[in-house]
Design a protein around this ligand. Sequence first.
Ligand SMILES: C[S@@+](CC[C@H](N)C(=O)[O-])C[C@H]1O[C@@H](n2cnc3c(N)ncnc32)[C@H](O)[C@@H]1O
Length: 351
Amino acid sequence: MEKTQREAKWNEEEQAEVDIWKYIFGFVETAAVRCAIELGIADAIESHGSPMTLSELSSTLGCAPSPLYRIMRFLMHRGIFKGKLNSQGSPGYAQTPLSRRLMKHGEHSMAALILLESSPMLLTPWLSLSARVLDDDTSSFEVAHGEDIWSYSVANPAFGQLINEAMACDARVLVPAMIHGCPEVFDGLSSLVDVGGGNGTTLKVLIKAFPWLRGINFDQPHVASVAAVISGVENVGGDMFESVPKADAAFLKWILHDWGDNECIQILKKCREAVLENKGKVIIVDAVIEEAEIDKLTDVRLALDMAMMAHTSKGKERTLKEWGFVLGEAGFSRYTVKTIHAVQSVIEAFP
Ligand SMILES: C[S@@+](CC[C@H](N)C(=O)[O-])C[C@H]1O[C@@H](n2cnc3c(N)ncnc32)[C@H](O)[C@@H]1O
C-alpha cells in the first residue's frame, strides 16, 4: 500500500474512533435539552432580561448549583446558551436564537415538539425499529403500545394533548412563514377546511391574517370537541376517510406523511370531493425528500422519515415522484410545489 493511502486509511480510523461516540451518546443532547425545558432555564434567563450568574439562575430555578453548572456547561458547549458578562462584570448565561426556541411560550417556541418527541411514549417505539425493518407490516409503535398512535391517543388523553400542543407550536412557526413566503396560496379563498387541524392553531393564525376566510377545523371527534373556540372557525368532528366538509380549499398539514399510499389516496379523494363543487384546491404542507439536491434540511427530512417509520404504521416522507403518484391516483390533474423556509413544502393540487 502507498504511504498516502496508508495515511488516509489511518486518518479514517482516527476519525471513526471519535465519531462513534456521537452514536454512543446520541441521546444526550435531547436529554439535556429536555431537562432545560422542564427546568424552565430559557424562560428564567429571558425574564431576567440580562445575563444570569450561576447563583442567580440556581436560586431562581430552585436547583443545586453544581449539577446546574454541569448542564449549562454542556448546553453552552453545544452553542445552545452562551456566556456573557453581566453589568457588574460577573460571568453569566445568556440566550441565543436556539435557546429561545426552548422557551415554553413565544412565537419561536419548539418546546412542546421536543417534549413530545422525547416523551416515554414516543421514545419506546424507537427500540423496536429493527422489528419494523424486518417486517414492514409490524409497527414499532404497536409493538411498544399495543395499538396505533391515534387509538392510543384516544385512550390516553394526556398523550393526545401532548400531540396537540406539539403540532400547535409547529403551526405557530410554519403558518406565519407560509403567509409571508407564499401568501398567494390563499388568494381568492373564502372558506378553508383544515383536515386533521388538531386544536385549531393553524386556522387561528390564518384567520388573523385573512379575516374574510371562514375556517372549518376538522379532526377526530374527541379532538374537535376540545379544540379552541375561535371566532370565524367552526370545529367539526369526523373521519377524513369517510368524508371531509365542503370548502374552497382543503388544507392538510402534517397529515399525509402519517399514512401509507393507499390511505393517502383515500384521504385525498375525500378532499377532492370536498373542494370539487367550488372548483377549489387541496393545499398540502409536508416534507418533500429531494433526490437530486441535498440541502441543509435534508438531514432533518430524513430524520422525519425515520420518525414516521417509528411512530406510524405506514407513514413516510415522500419524494416528488411519490407525491405525483398519490395525487395522480386520487384524481388530481395538476399540482405545483413551493418550498417555504421550513422543513415542509407547500403542494397545491387541483382536481
Ligand atoms: C400530526 S397531527 C397534525 C395536526 C395539524 N394538522 C398540524 O400540523 O398542526 C395529525 C392530526 O390528524 C388527526 N387525525 C388522525 N386520524 C384522523 C381521522 N381519521 N380523521 C380526522 N383527523 C384525523 C389527528 O387527531 C391529529 O390532530
